[in-house]
Structure formats: structure tokens, C-alpha cells
Design a protein around this ligand. Structure first.
Ligand code: NAD
Ligand code: 3PG
Length: 527
């Protein structure tokens, strides 16, 4: 397997990949979009930082790419939606550079408060000017932290230690968490209006692009100072230039820009009261080692089919949940595959229902495995856990998750149904304590069957001799029956049968069974 490393990533971290047998690493940095598209053609994994742009065009040529590893946090340089459609896992290293980015933010804030870069440049130039660089203290000032995630929280803690008042804005910040951190929770408008210093720590998304725009600058105190060590574009650069020119903003410290590298003629470069660093937030020895190790391990895990944690395009699965769900993941995929094979025609309105204890868990990953099993009839190897929901959506198939914690005779029941040309069809399964997984329902019929191996499924009229005739045909074809389950509603009415068989059933044998009077549906199933 080939891993293409397209940005500068710690060599020591990459050792984690180098020691894996069958993994070959190619380092090629500074590639253009066209060159990256060409280079990624033969790659199974791609490793990047923020510099390489993994666009739709790059991914179009990525024939065998299974995983993109981002040695850092932000994935805004990766077209995650395009990767997801192609079933490519995107993993990052979410907390390896938190402290470095936080400390850089603090360095920028203090540099801004005390004019350190300009004072340094002045001394270097042979000048001894003490009057031009009178600063302000942080103590007693109000800091607005926009985005109270990992980095924002660490910044808030340090600001408290400096005696600052901290106002936090984050849609997910709870009252309890704010209280615990000793900060005030506020709406965005109120946070920026109260602040002497503002620092942004959100990802760059549709919602956060130009979150700090001209209207927001207008709300700020005169003489406010603003820091961006998160992503270029969260602050509208044009609005910032206008606010600097108007004297509204006393200073800005920027590590990230709408366009990187920052163009030589960018209007922001005209302002002496703006501090620039070239996207250095994560550039420490520690952070680079941390993120490289995490992402190298994650990429190896994906390539080797082992569990991984930090996928940005899959629901998260911690160790406890993963251990609990493990047998259900196998059952879920098989139930999906069973329903898909029972009804191989078109499908709509899929319902994945969780009953009993299972309904109390986070089942989003499990639903994907069900969907993967279900769609594998139609999409074969193209479908995986990453793209199953997208493929369903693109095929116009509505997928619902239903939870009924109290409504099952089983401790837990996983039930999958879909609207098919024969009406709504349903299969259900459970885990017996100590006895493993079972299929317990097909449509309205109760059965009890191991969900594995090769099977024959029939729908037939419940009359004497049916089982014998089927057994005879299989016997003549030298096909052994492992187990058998029959379900019926009333004596002499409709019935279903599931037979497990020890070897593949040739189509002529299936046809012969299908000819028996009273059998109206026959399917070969493989789970
Ligand atoms: N300059 C650098 O080198 C550098 C280094 C590391 C991280 N970063 C960037 O810093 C940012 C934050 O990283 P993190 O690790 O703290 O991420 P995080 O996911 O832990 O935190 C992001 C927070 O932003 C919040 N958020 C999302 N949308 C929001 C909105 N509209 N308004 C307010 N808050 C919103 C989220 O709820 C979350 O709490 C990322 O963009 C990352 O790329 C930059
Ligand atoms: O999102 C991140 O992790 C930072 O922006 C770091 O980016 P870098 O890996 O290019 O330093």
C-alpha cells in the first residue's frame, strides 16, 4: 500500500507508518493541484497539513484512495463532501496542536498589547524609542472568545490566570460549562460589544465565514484589539481593513488569512498596528510530533482494517460504545444484506428501528452498517460505511432511525424495513445472551436462525410434503442442509422457510425448487 505525504510532516511521526510491513511512503511536497491529482492516482492514503488543497479535481483521479490523513485540526483544505461521496475516510489529529495554537494566540495577544514586534524592529534598526510603544495591560480587560472548543477553552483558562474577564460565545457552550470555567456566556453580538480583546477559535464553515463582518465591527468598542489564530475568512479582511483605517480597531494579530500565502500587495500589510505570522499556530516541535504520530497511526489503522477514532466523516465511536456495539455491527450489516437480497428490486423509505436497551445507545454508526449491508446489493463494493448515507440520499432513498426503548420482548431488537415493490418488508434480529446473533423475524413471520452462510429462502403455501420435496432436490444435487426454519401465520396458509446449506446452490437447482407447486418465491441468500 502506498502512502503519499504531500506536506511537511514530522519524520519521527511518519516512522509509525514506515514500520508497518507492506506500506510504502512517498514524500512529495509543494505540488500544484494538477501534480497532486497525478501523484494521488496510485496512492492508498494521502497525508496533508493545511497547505495542500485536496479538491474535487484531485479526488477525481484518486482511484484507490481509502483515507486522507490531516496532520492537524482544520479540514477546510479538503473537500470532505467529495471524499465522503467516494467512500474515502478523512481522519485528523484533533488535539495534538491545541496547546501550541493556544500559546500562539496568547503570544499574539501580548505582542499586540505591548507592541512587541514594532518595538523589536525599532531597536534592531538602531533606534531607542520608548514613547511610541506604550501598551495596555491584560489584567482587568474583557476578552471575548468566539468558539469555546479545545483551543478557545485553553485560551480562556490562561486569560483567567492573567486576571482578564472572559466572555465566551459558542452555540454549544452550556451554562454549567461556562460556570465551571468561570466565564460569562453571551450571544455573539453582546460578546464583541463587551470586549477589549477578541479572539476567534471556530472552524471555517459556511456559518462562520465572515462571522466578524462590518456590522460586527460596528458593535465593538473603539480601540478594540482582535486576534485570529483559527482560520482566515472568519474575520472579513476587507471589513477589518476598514475598521483599522477608521481607527475603530487599535490593533490586529493574524496568523491565518483568506488567501495563503498572504499576497504581497494585500491591503492589510499597510497597517503598522497589525501583527502577522505565517500560519504558525501549530508550528512547534511538540505539536508537529503529536499530530504526525496520531495521524500516522490512524491512517495505518484504516489501511489495515483496524478500528480508528478520529474520522471527520464518520460518527465517533469511543472504546466503550465500540465494544458494546461490536456484535450488533455484524448483525446489522447482515440484516441489511438479508433485506437487500430478499427484495433486490428498488427500495424506498428505509426504517432502521432500535428496540429495548439498544435504543438507549448512540446508534448512528450502527445505522451506517445496516445501510451498507442493504445497499451492497445495488452498489456492490462501491458502498462503504463512509458513503452509505450519501449514496442512499443520491438515490432518493429516505432513511429513518426509530428508537423504542420500551417496546420489545427481546432485551434489544434491531429491525430493518423498506418499501419495496411487494410492499413494506421487514427483517429483525437480536443477540441472545451467550448464544450470539439471530434473525428472529422476516416480514410477519417469527423465526430463529443464525445470520450467517448460504441460505435458501422460500415463500410457499403451507401444505404437507413441501419440505420433503425441497430436501429431495437438494439431496440429489449433493447439497447438505445445515438447519431449517419455517414460519407460518395459519395452518394451510402462507409460510416462509429459511434453509442453511453447506455449499452454493446452482441456479438450475434453485429453478427446480421454484417449480414445485405451491412455491411462489425462491431466493438464494448469502450472509
Ligand atoms: N493557526 C493554526 O495553526 C491553528 C492550529 C490549530 C487549530 N487551528 C484552527 O482553530 C480552530 C479551532 O480548533 P479547535 O481544536 O479548538 O476546534 P474545536 O472543534 O475543538 O472547537 C471549535 C469550536 O467552534 C465552535 N463553533 C462552531 N461554529 C461556531 C459558530 N458559528 N460560532 C461560534 N462557535 C462555533 C464549536 O462549537 C467548537 O466548540 C480550527 O479552525 C482549527 O483549524 C488553527
Ligand atoms: O488546523 C490546524 O491544525 C492548523 O491550522 C495547523 O495547520 P498546519 O498543519 O498547516 O500547521
Amino acid at each position: 500500500m502506498k502512502v503519499l505525504v504531500a506536506d511537511d510532516i514530522s519524520r519521527q511521526g511518519l516512522e509509525k507508518l514506515r514500520i508497518v510491513p507492506d506500506i510504502e511512503i512517498e514524500v512529495r511536497t509543494g505540488l500544484s493541484e494538477a501534480e497532486l491529482a497525478q501523484a494521488v492516482r496510485a496512492a492508498d492514503a494521502l497525508l496533508v497539513r493545511s497547505q495542500s488543497k485536496v479538491t474535487e479535481r484531485v479526488l477525481e483521479s484518486a482511484g484507490r484512495l481509502k483515507v486522507i490523513g490531516r496532520a492537524g485540526v482544520g479540514v477546510d483544505n479538503i473537500d470532505v463532501a467529495a471524499a465522503t461521496r467516494r467512500g474515502i475516510v478523512v481522519v485528523n489529529a484533533p488535539d495534538g496542536n491545541t496547546i501550541s495554537a493556544c500559546e500562539h494566540t496568547f503570544a499574539m495577544m501580548i505582542g499586540l498589547a505591548r507592541h512587541i514586534p514594532r518595538a523589536h524592529a525599532s531597536v534592531k534598526a538602531g533606534v531607542w524609542d520608548r514613547k511610541s510603544f506604550v501598551g495596555v495591560e491584560l489584567m482587568g480587560k474583557t476578552l471575548a472568545v468566539i468558539g469555546m472548543g479545545r483551543i478557545g477553552t485553553e485560551v480562556a483558562k490562561r486569560a483567567k490566570a492573567f486576571g482578564m474577564k472572559v466572555v465566551g460565545y459558542d452555540p454549544f457552550l452550556t451554562d454549567d460549562r461556562a460556570k465551571e470555567l468561570g466565564i460569562v456566556k453571551a450571544a455573539l453580538e453582546d460578546a464583541v460589544a463587551a470586549a477589549d480583546f477578541i479572539t476567534v477559535h471556530t472552524p471555517l464553515t459556511k456559518e462562520t465565514r465572515h462571522l466578524i463582518d462590518a456590522a460586527m465591527f460596528a458593535r465593538m468598542k473603539d480601540g478594540v484589539r482582535i486576534v485570529n489564530c483559527a482560520r482566515g475568512g472568519i474575520i472579513d479582511e476587507q471589513a477589518l481593513c476598514d475598521a483599522l483605517a477608521a481607527g475603530k480597531v487599535a490593533g490586529a494579530a493574524l496568523d491565518v488569512y483568506e488567501q495563503e500565502p498572504l499576497p504581497a500587495d494585500h491591503p492589510l500589510r499597510r497597517f503598522d498596528n497589525v501583527i502577522f505570522t505565517p500560519h504558525l499556530g501549530a508550528s512547534t516541535e511538540e505539536a508537529q510530533l503529536n499530530v504526525a504520530i496520531v495521524v500516522a497511526e490512524e491512517v495505518a489503522n484504516v489501511l489495515l482494517g483496524r478500528p480508528f477514532r478520529n474520522a471527520v466523516n464518520l460518527p465517533s465511536l469511543d472504546k466503550e460504545l465500540s465494544d458494546y456495539l461490536a456484535p450488533y455491527l455484524v448483525l446489522g450489516e447482515k440484516l441489511g444484506a438479508l433485506l437487500g437480497q430478499l427484495s433486490p428490486q428498488s427500495m424506498a423509505d428505509i426504517e432502521i428501528a432500535y428496540g429495548g436497551e439498544l435504543a438507549l445507545q448512540d446508534v448512528s454508526f450502527l445505522s451506517r452498517t445496516v445501510l451498507k449491508g442493504l445497499l451492497s446489493q445495488r452498489f456492490a463494493d462501491e458502498v462503504n460505511y463512509v458513503n452509505a448515507p450519501t449514496l442512499a440520499q443520491e438515490a432518493g432513498i429516505n432513511v429513518r432511525e426509530v428508537k423504542q426503548p420500551k417496546s420489545t420482548v427481546f432485551t434489544s431488537l434491531l429491525s430493518v424495513s423498506a418499501v419495496t415493490p411487494q410492499g413494506r418488508r421487514r427483517v429483525a434480529g437480536t443477540l441472545y445472551n451467550g448464544a450470539g446473533a439471530r434473525i428472529v423475524q422476516i416480514d410477519d413471520y417469527r423465526i430463529d436462525m443464525l445470520p450467517e452462510g448460504r441460505m435458501i429462502y422460500t415463500e410457499h403455501v403451507d401444505r404437507p410434503g413441501m419440505i420433503g420435496r425441497i430436501g429431495m432436490i437438494l439431496g440429489e444435487a449433493d447439497i447438505n442442509i445445515g438447519s431449517m426454519q419455517v414460519g407460518r401465520r395459519d395452518t394451510g396458509g402462507q409460510a416462509v422457510m429459511l434453509l442453511s446449506v453447506d455449499k452454493p446452490v446452482p441456479s438450475e437447482v434453485l429453478d427446480a425448487i421454484g417449480q414445485i407447486a405451491g412455491i411462489h418465491t425462491i431466493r438464494s441468500i448469502e450472509l
